[in-house]
Design a protein around this ligand. Sequence first.
Ligand code: FAD
Ligand code: A2P
Length: 275
Amino acid sequence: MTHQFDLTTQTATRIPMMPDAQTVTEVTHWTDHLFSFRLMRPQSFRFRSGEFVMIGLLGENGKPLLRAYSIASPSWDDELEFYSIKVPDGALTSRLQHIQPGDQIILRPKPVGTLVLDALLPGRRVWFLATGTGIAPFASLMRDPETYEKFESVVMMHTCRSQTELEYGRKLVEGLIDDPLIGEMVAGKLHYYPTTTREESARMGRITDNLENGKVFADLGIPAMNRETDRAMICGSLAFNTDVKQVLERFGLREGANSEPLEYVVEKAFVGDGV
Ligand code: FAD
Ligand code: A2P
């Protein structure tokens, strides 16, 4: 009798403390400052590939501590995947990095964002341009068949300081090519162009430089960007986004939005470069 009573009170107090709670199903640590995790997806949770959502944990004051996160899984997936930084003293990620399967995370219900296919005019080739965790929205879009239905060719440029930081994206692309469902659709269409800037690797250099000096076009054997055929999405630090925008504008592309689709769209991968 006592036992039953205890269980009831525990449940009753836990529910209001964890609004929108979802269960963690998987956690993968890629480096000492990068990890990914998967959550059970509520049936009612709908989003467009490329969008972000607020997720978090309960703070010490009992209030939700939430941050914006791009959803890295595609909209057809039964689960939700996220790819995260571990900021050593970060309010959320200093705790989030310790989650385990079975733990609960707060998932707010309203995904939004500009990095969606509908925000671009129709075109032949789409460029996904990312640094660091900015690859997350493209991890979603690269796994969405709609991307390959809308575009003949997809170029994923991802740049990090070192090779281990590229590993999440590299494994994801390898898995896509081997995937029995989407592999055939991706083959020959997806050009993956990872580069490092502070460690020797097969391909090096900043995205801005590799676009401006034409190296990426030469390496992939593809024509240079132009307004008629090319569309692009950018996701990185504020400085990266600003510099890439200038490069794209020099190729003639113009910034659009959900309400006014044009040739490219931008989203910050995080806030806080001191600006
Ligand atoms: P915070 O107090 O939020 O950040 C502390 C400092 O850490 C920041 O000032 C910044 O300098 C640095 N920082 C924060 N996030 C990053 C990052 N991702 N990469 C490099 N430096 C960072 N973060 C993710 O890890 N994955 C995502 O998919 C993601 N999507 C986002 C989408 C949007 C639209 C925005 C605005 C932010 C996104 N972020 C993402 C950042 C995220 O919201 C948090 O800032 C991050 O989880 C750290 O939280 P925190 O409370 O530990 O530290
Ligand atoms: P670099 O090593 O030359 O600074 P960070 O780890 O500082 O967030 O940077 C992630 C990656 O983004 C690094 O490879 C870095 O190159 C690159 N990067 C940073 N700022 C810019 C920028 N303004 N334009 C292009 N690439 C950038």
